[in-house]
Design a binder for this molecule. Structure first.
Ligand code: NG6
Ligand code: CA
Length: 512
């Protein structure tokens, strides 16, 4: 009798426990936040070895989470990397996934499965705040009407974006398809070929420029900064460059506050340290490295503020934060802004060769950190992972089937429960591709200059095959293609099987 009574009590306790306690964390759908920086290099953060500047807030994510040493963007430029991040598809499979003009059409098919769509189906509210750069509309965009299709048509419930980049027109924010603050009596016109009559340009009116252009960037002048592309009208809607970081931060904080009671996915796409580098006056001079260093410190501060907002809402233990960058670093990307002159001993690429636009490692190997308080154990992971893999991995996390794309599920690796990474990964730069397999990196022969002299970056083009052992030679100084003929053949075979007969814009030169 007594025993039966205790059994009864135990069952009662269990039953009550099950209904009234919070379910275990991984059966709840955690919020997911991707913090995505623009052109931040592998060596730009103190948690990745930078000694000349300090990024305490990002470092805190790294020391409390998982820091990847072999994390890759899919491409060495923005649009293709963002395309792969949101679709799980290799960007070289889509001919339009290349750096886009500010008035280019949307390059994601609205029928295509995307990361935000997938999460939305699982009950997530989805939002993007910041840089888009995946095109808008389907041809001629009328900036004075609702702009569609765009982020809202490929899976985002809410969007507050800049269309392309900070250096491209139109220099306005777009709030769920509508230009924010537009006065309809001063309509916006945009043209990427021809100026509008009587409008000053960086080329003709250097006296109106507060920032001097070095290459490109000599079309319409907005806020004293000459841009790419011509724009007319929209005066009241034009953004303030020095307030952009704060503006996006406030929007990101407001998004969290508004959606704290439902699972949410926020893609917080920051603009730093892409050109033009326009730190808020509070950060001017803080790094001693000129505007590029200053905006990195500004971004770090924003991230600290954003995380504090999550903490205030008591969400940190239920939010997976993924921090990364869309491609590697560049110093002079078209403006005279002291990035080169004031660099001192700072190495934006860390130990890597190349930079933005390059097939060498610094083009695509980027900082990548996952953080989930109480769930991810602080650690460092050497597994090879790619941002493109977030789609399948997050699908797994939220309990849905992985879509059939190029994305591979490495959820356990992103959560620090496994060291297993990709065995093979194709990397892209300017429509050219290379293969990472194990410790090896193979770049097929390509025509084109070895160095982009304007930005002073080695691109990886060479008339012969290049093969590097990244474990022994992270700086890619010893091409062992001739010394390792069998390894090279194996790499070529894998490369060909992965590339298949995709109709790419740029194919490697034939091996003689
Ligand atoms: C290049 C721009 C560069 C930058 C880049 C896109 C010139 C000469 N250079 O064409 O300044 O805007 O495009 O960068 O115009 S990305 O990070 O968005 O890919
Ligand atoms: Ca970029």
């Amino acid at each position: 009798m007594k025993k039966e009574f205790f059994t009864f009590l135990a069952i009662l306790f269990l039953a009550v426990g099950c209904t009234h306690h919070q379910p275990a964390k991984n059966t709840v759908k955690p919020n997911i936040v991707i913090i995505y920086m623009d052109d931040l290099g592998y060596g730009d953060l103190s948690c990745y070895g930078a000694t000349e500047l300090s990024t305490p807030n990002i470092d805190a994510l790294a020391s409390g989470g998982l820091r990847f040493t072999n994390g890759y963007a899919s491409s060495a430029t923005c649009t293709p990397s963002r395309y792969a991040l949101l679709t799980g598809i290799y960007p070289w499979k889509n001919k339009n996934a290349k750096i886009l003009a500010g008035n280019a059409p949307l390059i994601i098919d609205t029928a295509q499965i995307t990361l935000p769509k997938l999460l939305r189906k699982q009950g997530y509210h989805t939002g993007i705040i910041g840089k888009w750069h995946l095109g808008l509309g389907s041809g001629q965009v009328d900036w004075n009407e609702r702009i569609t299709p765009g982020p809202n048509e490929v899976g985002f419930d809410e969007s507050y974006i800049m269309a392309a980049t900070q250096d491209r027109v139109p220099t306005v924010y777009i709030d769920n398809g509508k230009v924010d603050g537009l006065d309809k009596s001063d309509p916006i016109e945009v043209n990427y070929h021809k100026n509008f009559d009587g409008q000053p340009t960086g080329k003709k009116n250097p006296e109106l420029c507060e920032m001097k252009w070095h290459h490109g960037h000599n079309n319409s002048i907005v806020n004293g900064i000459p841009r790419i592309g011509f724009m007319k009208g929209g005066e009241s809607a034009k953004w303030s460059d020095v307030d952009m970081a704060n503006h996006f931060l406030e929007k990101a904080k407001a998004y969290v506050k508004a959606h704290k009671n439902e699972p949410f996915f926020l893609y917080y796409a920051m603009q730093q340290p892409h050109v033009p580098r326009t730190p808020n006056p509070e950060f001017v001079g803080k790094s001693g490295m000129g505007p590029r260093g200053d905006v990195i410190l500004e971004a770090d501060w924003c991230i600290g503020q954003f995380i504090q907002a999550l903490e205030t809402e008591n969400l940190l233990e239920n939010t997976l934060i993924i921090f990364s960058s869309d491609n590697g670093p560049v110093l002079n990307d078209g403006y005279y802004d002291d990035a080169v002159e004031k660099l001192g001993n700072h190495k934006p690429t860390g130990p890597l060769r190349g930079g933005k636009y390059s097939l060498f490692e610094a083009g695509t190997r980027i900082p990548l950190i996952t953080y989930w308080k109480g769930e991810i154990e602080p650690n460092v992971s050497d597994a090879v992972v790619c941002q493109m893999d977030l789609m399948a991995s997050l699908a797994k996390l939220v309990g849905t089937t992985e879509p059939t794309t190029d994305s591979q599920n490495f959820l356990d690796t992103f959560l620090g429960k496994s060291e297993k990474g990709r065995t093979e990964l194709i990397l892209e730069a300017n429509s050219k591709t290379a293969l990472r397999k194990g410790d090896w990196l193979m770049i097929p022969p390509y025509a084109g200059p070895a160095i982009n002299k304007k930005v002073n970056i080695e691109l990886g083009n060479a008339p012969e095959y290049q093969l590097y052992n990244l474990k022994l030679d992270i700086g890619q100084q010893n091409n062992v293609a001739t010394a390792e003929p069998e390894r090279l053949q194996e790499m070529i075979k894998t490369y060909n099987s992965l590339i298949g007969d995709v109709n790419m814009k740029t194919r490697p030169l034939k091996l003689k």
